[in-house]
Write a protein that binds this ligand. Structure first.
Ligand code: FEO
Length: 402
């Protein structure tokens, strides 16, 4: 049957039947400059199995790819939902109406989440601890609660040694290439890191535990097939190493300065702080990021290999600046580790903004490495020298803790 979209065979019995979202630019507040993919996989045999679906508007693309393998009246016996978030389950109701699978399987939490989100009557069975055996297809399920939703699980197809890892080891990257070795390694590291920092950083403790138990899972995948981005066939050991490093993040010799400015004074301070930090004897990498010009998720990504976060805010109506507050709220949810912090700002009347930043950094448990720098009105030449010296103090404190 001729179809608009084609599936891609990735192993003897497995096809990629997902969709490419070239125009995605925000994933619940995380900037996705390179779009994304929603990866669904079809296991073929005497019985056919679909692993995950796609975001609802992409149902037609997935359907076309399935039809390119199985024809226009495909028989799918079982659908596995590894993860209930809507970018993977949104098309599940349409898929079930079309295919009438004999069974849909998910974890206990997955069953709850699917019912609550989709409001459908479909029976969803528990993906249990016993393998699912279907005439030559053996699927094992490994629940990974809170990685990154309560329902998340991995599915392992033993015969072809394919691990379907849902969001884990994924990245938001739209491309025609489906395999890791078809894309530049530095691009994979950048986008996998951005994904880790914005989606998984919060769960680093659980990731450490999963990595510690990895050898006992009796999984030796030839392919690791996530629900976003390329399939790992050559560099999985590299991404495992990155996950190990990111989840046990240690401070590194890099200072990120995130700030916003009202009339340019806080910005002047930020520039002087950057110069002072860079010219300190420890010579750290310095990244200056205006929160008016940079998306907060890009600042989070920059923190993954940083050691110090310096946050600057003016005071507006007795409060920190709204962009700074939004950034800190987002940061607080991710509970980053391996950072020291400091707050600064410029103010005209009462100067609460930078004080609130300092208090929030404390609340996030980013320990302070320098006293508050809070100067009035437009900084003078000596004020800028003070800011540069303050930047050097931060660099030295960071270096002392490395
Ligand atoms: Fe790709 Fe957690 O959804």
């Amino acid at each position: 049957m001729e179809t608009a979209y084609k599936a891609l065979q990735i192993s003897p019995h497995v096809y990629w039947v997902g969709a490419i979202d070239w125009n995605l630019r925000s994933f619940h507040g995380y900037r996705t400059a390179r779009g994304s993919t929603y990866n669904a996989y079809l296991i073929t045999g005497a019985q056919n199995v679909l692993i995950d679906t796609v975001k609802a508007p992409f149902f037609g693309e997935m359907r076309s790819r399935i039809e390119s393998v199985l024809g226009e009246n495909p028989k799918i016996d079982v659908v596995i939902s590894n993860h209930a978030e809507m970018d993977h389950s949104g098309a599940l109701p349409q898929t079930c109406e079309w295919l009438h699978p004999r069974r849909v399987l998910a974890t206990k939490q997955g069953i709850t989440a699917l019912k609550a989100q989709l409001h459908w009557e479909q029976t969803v069975d528990l993906a249990g601890s016993e393998p699912l055996r279907l005439d030559g297809i053996t699927l094992r399920f490994v629940p990974t609660p809170m990685l990154h939703w309560p329902d998340s699980m991995l599915s392992y197809f033993e015969e072809d040694r394919v691990l379907f890892s849902n969001d884990a080891f994924g990245m938001h990257l739209a491309s025609v290439e489906r395999f890791d070795d078809e894309l530049p390694p530095e691009l994979l590291k950048e986008e996998a890191g951005r994904y880790y920092a914005n989606i998984l950083w919060l769960q680093s403790g659980l990731i450490q535990k999963l990595l510690a138990t990895w050898p006992t899972l009796n999984i030796e995948p030839a392919l690791v097939a996530p629900d976003h981005g390329p399939i790992w066939r050559s560099q999985f050991s590299q991404i495992l190493q990155y996950y190990s490093q990111w989840s046990d993040k240690k401070p590194q010799n890099k200072v990120v300065i995130a700030y916003d400015s009202m009339w340019g004074s806080t910005e002047k301070l930020a520039h002087a702080i950057a110069d002072g930090a860079r010219n300190a004897p420890s010579h750290p990498t310095v990244q200056l990021m205006s929160l008016a010009k940079n998306d907060r998720s890009d600042v989070i990504a920059a923190l993954l290999d940083a050691g110090a976060l310096v946050v600057g805010s003016p005071t507006l109506n007795n409060q920190m600046y709204p962009t700074v507050a939004a950034f800190l709220t987002y940061l607080q949810g991710l509970k980053p580790k391996g950072l020291v912090g400091a707050a600064f700002g410029s103010y005209g009347w009462s100067g609460e903004g930078a004080k609130q930043v300092e208090a929030q950094l404390n609340a996030i448990r980013i320990p302070s490495c320098a006293p508050l720098l809070n100067l009035r009105y437009v900084p003078t030449a000596s004020g800028l020298c003070e800011a540069a010296q303050w930047g050097a103090t931060i660099a030295e404190a960071l270096n002392a803790g490395l």
